[in-house]
Design a protein around this ligand. Structure first.
Ligand code: SF4
Ligand code: SF4
Length: 351
């Protein structure tokens, strides 16, 4: 049965690729139900793992969506969607209209929201407004902070201070407790951090009562910025067909629409929602050309894809859940975290 299912999935994938390559070149025919909307490209931090921290000279002009702005854009989104990511290259809690924008999207039928924040001195009243909504939708809120180690945190989340982010998170945790809502924390890890995790991670869970999980991952290589990623020994020899071709284009805070959610410079913009509807932009000539280049394995014809490593990158990602950490014996935790070394201590390219 499983073999049959795998065979069927492979055939479906191949059929979709054939359609996109030759029969309906570059056209996204089956629409996912998830949309990404960047509320702002401003940020309170300038992290070393992010273009905001290491490629400021190429960044787009700063812009934050207001409710009026967003209402205008929403009128041009003419496709159905149920889930929304509300972050991209900025701190979503810097958008003062965040709760009202969420409310508007709920009225439009959106059921679930993902919001990633850096937690750093965020405006707690916005968080409270979100959590107090009468018809509160599903909120997947995650905060990015290397809470397991001060040196790692301060070397990545510049100019953030470890003591300050802990203070912010303890305040956030109290608000979450009041509204009986869970959240998760995302953290980048590296080879040096692994030995410390068995001692530090239980302490993080003990201090933050509503944190349900800790998502540990390797650093991400942004296009044009390979140095932001943990790439040594973690690259396939050949490019893969990048997943971005199956995703909906992303709406930037300026109202422009880009084909790639890693496009922090705005290099593959296919038009603006201020002048066109989303469905016009989604499959316009530029959008189809962009996808077709990728699916025909000519990704280098797209300027942004030329030196991008994301489609070759083998990333590391583990979700550590509260129940596991609270119930596991110390030796089990030690073995679990030591297993991460298989990824981080690799020293040769993977074929
Ligand atoms: S908090 Fe997020 S968006 Fe801001 S600089 Fe850091 S990684 Fe980039
Ligand atoms: S290859 Fe890189 S730049 Fe191109 S679409 Fe994929 S993630 Fe974006």
């Amino acid at each position: 049965m499983k073999r049959f299912q795998r065979f069927r999935q492979r055939m479906q994938r191949n059929w979709k690729k054939l359609l996109m390559r030759y029969l309906q070149p570059g056209k996204l025919r089956v629409l996912p139900d998830t949309l990404t909307i960047e509320l702002t490209n401003r940020c309170s931090l300038a992290c070393s793992c992010c273009p905001n921290g290491c490629d400021r000279e190429h960044s787009r002009p700063q812009h934050t969506l207001t409710l009026d702005d967003f209402q205008q854009l929403l009128g041009h989104i003419d496709i159905p969607f149920k889930k929304v990511f509300l972050h991209l290259h900025g701190e979503p809690f810097l958008a003062k209209d965040l709760p009202r924008i969420v409310q508007l999207l709920v009225q439009r039928g959106v059921e679930a929201f993902s919001i990633f924040s850096n937690a750093y001195h965020i405006d707690l009243s916005l968080l409270e407004e979100l959590l107090a909504m009468a018809d509160r939708p599903q909120l997947n809120i995650a905060f990015s902070a290397e809470l397991y180690d001060a040196v790692t945190y301060e070397s990545i989340r510049r100019p953030g201070k470890f003591a300050d982010v802990w203070q912010s998170l303890e305040q956030i945790d109290a608000v979450m407790e009041r509204y009986q809502c869970d959240y998760s924390v995302n953290a980048i890890i590296n080879a040096e951090a692994i030995d410390t995790l068995k001692d530090s991670v239980p302490g993080v869970f003990a201090r933050l009562h509503r944190m349900s999980s800790l998502h540990l991952s390797s650093a991400f290589p942004w296009p044009h910025l390979p140095g932001t990623g943990d790439v040594a020994g973690h690259l396939r020899r050949r490019r893969r067909i990048c997943n971005q071709i199956w995703e909906l284009p992303t709406i930037l805070s300026s109202g422009e629409v880009t084909m790639c959610c890693s496009d922090y410079r705005g290099e593959c913009i296919v038009g603006s929602l201020r002048d066109h509807t989303f469905s016009e932009l989604m499959n316009n000539r530029e959008a189809r050309r962009f996808r077709r280049n990728i699916v025909l394995r000519k990704a280098e014809c797209n300027a942004i894809c030329r030196d991008c490593l994301i489609d070759r990158h083998i990333s590391f990602s583990r979700v550590v859940r509260r129940r596991f950490v609270e119930q596991a014996k110390p030796e089990v935790l030690e073995k679990y975290f030591a297993g991460f070394n298989k990824y981080f201590l690799i020293d040769k390219a993977i074929g």
